[in-house]
Design a binder for this molecule. Structure first.
Ligand SMILES: *Cc1c(COP(=O)(O)O)cnc(C)c1O
Length: 484
């Protein structure tokens, strides 16, 4: 009796022609044919957030190398990466400094823990540099391996904070629908993705959601963007009063929603959220996993929106994705409470991993010393935003461009001027994403919004290439749905 699928049989047959796989040189990424890679991938690899049946039938694209803002697949196609991987490769691909930092650290001290009265130079240097780069009140950092773990850690810190304040009844955390905070049970519960919640019968308790500040999709026809954002922020106050302020621990939000569609709230939103959090003594958490490390042209997205959180979640751009690492930054008032009140019973084997810390350190030095963040703010960011807005002004299926710096959302719509969306929005996004993919541009779809978030080292000519390929794909999408 065999459980093996045809895919597996095929994979085995293919690989056996090469005389077995066990001692194949793993450093040679292109040592197999595309067909072999696909077959083995289909046979043995479950992909994240994927329908594996249809993915295996269609076949995956095998990415074998990258340099700057470009990727190459196993067929030799050169692809421009409009997404910086998954919003993370801020310094671009192929930076020798990061590879060297990892190599040196692996030889010197590949691993040691920070649990039992020990520490090591990379995590010390990284913490000191983060204290410099973050706004003044952030001087303490807790490390983990991902954004999801960062938000798990946020929950642990928030609850510990209120325990130290002798207000243990403050246990509710308020988040938002269509937010993304990761895919651990806590991250997934904090997030507001209905399609994830449907597959999570067990969620973390005491987490509730309010509506998102998504103007194009959810505002009344007579509301201005500013009025709408204010109304959405005031849902926080209503929710706090409903739960009882003495029961509310924290509010968490991405300064702009990333995976949810690059939703940039109007300027009225965050000041009102901050006012409400202060009024009711509710901790304010900014999930900076995408917004952090220069994406908007500021070092942190909460600086772009001009508010001061109590906790910040960091990951992605922290290491430019070269190795996994996440962190939580604690405002002095939160840090003090933790430091002065005994054990905090939380940690991960790889908290502050020396290799990850060494890479993060090298990465942050590049962002700072090569003035990469500054260039996003004064040059490439404004150029990218202007170029997108000019290119899609009056386009028959583009409803709005959102974003700042090097992150943007392009809203597809059936009748842009009336803010009328396509009946099956997700399908339109998928059509457009496939056109991009075939045109060798990586642009992601979130429902009916197309997302761009290129490496922060992208040049003006590369921005021109991204935008013209995006335009070609959106034009093709318009023709496919019978508009234009
Ligand atoms: C990606 C992301 C996360 C989760 O990070 P992982 O490293 O995938 O666990 C959390 N919050 C936001 C805003 C993200 O974009």
């Amino acid at each position: 009796m065999s459980h093996k699928t045809e895919d597996v049989m095929y994979a085995e047959k293919e690989t056996s022609q090469h005389g077995g796989t066990k001692d194949a040189p793993t450093s040679q990424a292109t040592s197999r044919s595309t067909a072999e890679y696909r077959a083995l991938d289909a046979a043995h690899h479950i992909h994240p957030f994927s329908d594996m049946g249809s993915l295996n039938r269609a076949g995956t694209r095998v990415i074998v190398k990258a340099q700057g803002v470009y990727l190459w697949d196993s067929e030799g196609n050169k692809i421009i990466d409009g997404m910086a991987g998954l919003w993370c490769v801020n310094v671009g691909y192929g930076r020798q400094e990061l590879a060297d930092a990892a190599f040196r650290q692996m030889r010197e001290l590949p691993y040691y823990n920070t649990f039992f009265k020990t520490t090591h130079p990379p995590v010390i240097e990284l913490s000191a540099l983060l204290a410099e780069l973050t706004p003044a009140p952030f001087n303490h950092f807790f490390y983990c391996n991902s954004g999801s773990e960062g938000n798990d850690t946020v929950l642990r810190i928030v609850h510990q904070y209120w325990a130290t304040q002798r207000q243990p009844a403050r246990k509710f955390v308020i988040a938002r629908k269509n937010a993304y905070h990761g895919s651990t049970i806590a991250g997934g519960t904090l997030g507001g993705m209905a399609y994830m919640h449907e597959q999570m019968p067990s969620k973390v308790e005491n987490i509730v959601h309010i509506d998102q500040p998504y103007f194009f999709g959810e505002a009344a026809s007579d509301q201005t963007a500013e009025e709408f954002a204010l109304a959405r922020a005031r849902q926080l106050e209503a929710k706090i009063l409903e739960l009882g302020a003495d029961n509310v621990a924290a509010f968490i939000g991405e300064p702009f929603q990333g995976a949810g569609g690059v939703i940039f709230p109007a300027d009225t939103y965050w000041p009102e959220i901050e006012r409400i959090c202060r009024k009711y003594d509710v901790l304010l958490v900014a999930d900076e996993v995408i917004g952090g490390f220069g994406r908007t042209g500021e070092w942190f997205a909460h600086q772009h929106f001009r508010f001061e959180p109590d906790l910040i979640t960091l990951a992605k751009g922290l290491t430019s994705g070269y190795v996994p690492m996440g962190a939580v930054g604690l405002h002095d008032r939160v840090a003090r409470a933790l430091i002065d009140n005994g054990d905090f019973n939380h940690g991960l084997t790889y908290s502050g991993h020396p290799v990850a810390a060494a890479v993060a350190l090298a990465n942050l030095k590049l962002l700072r010393d090569e003035r990469i963040v500054e260039r996003v703010k004064v040059d490439t960011g404004p150029y990218f935003q202007k170029k997108l807005r000019e290119t899609f002004a009056g386009h028959p299926i583009v409803g709005e461009i959102s974003g700042a710096g090097l992150v943007a959302g392009v809203q597809l719509a059936e009748k842009p001027l009336e803010r009328k969306r396509f009946a099956n929005g997700g399908d339109v996004g998928t059509i457009c994403r496939d056109f991009c993919f075939n045109g060798n541009l990586i642009m992601r779809a979130s429902g009916d919004r197309m997302l761009l978030s290129p490496p922060l080292v992208v040049s003006r000519p590369e921005i021109d290439e991204i935008v013209s390929k995006a335009e070609a794909a959106i034009d093709a999408t318009a023709r496919q749905v019978g508009i234009r």
